[in-house]
Write a new protein. Structure first.
Length: 64
């Protein structure tokens, strides 16, 4: 199983793991217009706890 890390680019994560879209939407992290940035940058921009967001993303891909 792959692990999603903070330095990964949003577009790459969504492309490889479409099931993460719900997490992006639930956390209100832009995965469309802001998709070219890293997860860490997007979290900083949206005042989201990076560690907790990564936990949610990795939980979503582990349910596959």
């Amino acid at each position: 199983m792959s692990v999603i890390e903070e330095n990964m680019i949003i577009n790459d994560v969504v492309s490889k793991h479409p099931e993460t879209m719900k997490v992006f939407n639930d956390w209100k992290v832009d995965s469309c217009c802001g998709g070219a940035q890293s997860l860490a940058a997007a979290c900083t921009l949206n005042n989201v706890d990076v560690a907790k967001f990564l936990e949610a993303l990795n939980a979503a891909i582990s349910k596959k």
